[in-house]
Write a protein that binds this ligand. Sequence first.
Ligand SMILES: Cc1cc2nc3c(=O)[nH]c(=O)nc-3n(C[C@H](O)[C@H](O)[C@H](O)COP(=O)(O)OP(=O)(O)OC[C@H]3O[C@@H](n4cnc5c(N)ncnc54)[C@H](O)[C@@H]3O)c2cc1C
Length: 476
Amino acid sequence: MTADALNAPTPAFLAALRDRLGPQGLREGDAAAPYLREPRDTSQGQAALVVRPGSVEEVSHIVRACAEARVALVPYSGGTGLVGGQVRPEGPPCVLISVERLNRVRALHPDDDAMICEAGVILADAQAAAASVDRLFPLSIASEGTARIGGVLGTNAGGVNVLRYGMTRDLCLGLEAVLPDGSVFNGLKRLRKDNTGYDLRHLLIGAEGSLGVITAAALRLHPRPAEISAAFVAVPSPAAALELLHLLRGRVGEQVSAFELMQGSGIRFCLDEIPGARCPLDPVPEWSALVEVGGGAGSGAAEALEAALEEAFEKGLALDGALAQSEQQRADFWRLRETIPEANRKIGSIASHDISAPLSEVASFVTAASERLLREAPDIRINAFGHLGDGNLHYNLFPAKGRKREDYANIKPVLTRIVHDLIDAHGGSISAEHGIGRFKTADLVHYGDPAKLAAMRAIKDALDPAGIMNPGAVLG
Ligand SMILES: Cc1cc2nc3c(=O)[nH]c(=O)nc-3n(C[C@H](O)[C@H](O)[C@H](O)COP(=O)(O)OP(=O)(O)OC[C@H]3O[C@@H](n4cnc5c(N)ncnc54)[C@H](O)[C@@H]3O)c2cc1C
């Protein structure tokens, strides 16, 4: 079913929804505007109505009504997605369904290392709920104060702790969701093992709202590390950073929870654009790594990190470094890393790429990409940063000082093609953690495996024959 077959909602359809949901279940006019904004202001969404259901039954009613009337429905949680999945600029006006009122932590099960959160719970609140029973919900992303559980599941978000704890998919034991015909999938099990046929949970996670509306999840919790230690380390190159990662994992083992790479350009963007930003090392290194380890009481994680770093200095894998001496200093290290996206936004990128490669290919990709890009556009500035421990870099291109991103509009597609062709040639992915949304649908077709794409289309047609769920996202 194509988006052409979809209908604009009629006045009678909208009136019926208004009646059913009442004023607190609706946002219209100026109040709807914030839901239609794309975080980087690259596109403008539109919707006939923003609905805010207060229960799973209301979600089911809305989905069923849209399916019967063939009206497009766009799921929306925190609105921080970076690939346009929650922003629908094209086609007949849609209904945008915000899950923000489904915001209860329904149950905490510390004995099961699990908790049940509704889709509208803000990620930072989910982390706090887990901490309140002395457990860790380890998903951590810079947008955690705004992103919500429905969105992090919808995008299968990654973040800074994937190295140790996995992607959101690995942190979800069960799901409750409304499927495209309005039926409710009650899959909120807290089981580690459940081999009972196709796993609908894993289909819905990362589907970016194209297969249903997630309403709640059983989330997996972990022990809270009693000892946490972090270091900010200058490294000679990305290749050395990877050697350092292997050395650390060899010495400290699974306790290494984060290994973030930063390029000097990105740190300088923060120093220029973010009031109060400070780099722990002087001068700003061309490449640095933020490393964090955590273990149980008496695990000696901090001592193990210090010993491993000494070895790294001896081997020339570290050039300079600072070990966090207090919780405040550790938070400062992270603040610098986490303000890089904000500084990037203030400067305005020509093009941003969320790529991943096998660890062994990352360094050669970085070298090849900068050589090739600077041949094409010699004055651009490159800021590569991100979750090196997962082979995932945010590889972003910026205008020369004094120039604007608009000056490069004509070569932007060429630059992106260079990055994506190269990452593909290195056995990597054109979307490591942000998803496909609307911005990368052509890339998915270009780089995706044909058999996988055909299976994805068949699944979409089977579950959503009316094509109402987030049309235009993922499969275009
Ligand atoms: C500063 C910043 C830093 C970021 N850092 C990271 C990072 O480190 N790692 C990372 O992975 N991402 C990162 N992101 C991207 C973004 O925060 C994540 O993609 C996040 O998971 C989106 O959650 P959200 O609640 O804002 O979802 P939204 O933006 O509302 O939606 C995202 C997608 O999920 C779908 N969706 C929303 N709710 C539901 C639901 N209830 N059921 C089904 N589908 C739904 C939407 O239709 C859309 O396709 C960052 C974004 C920003 C702005």
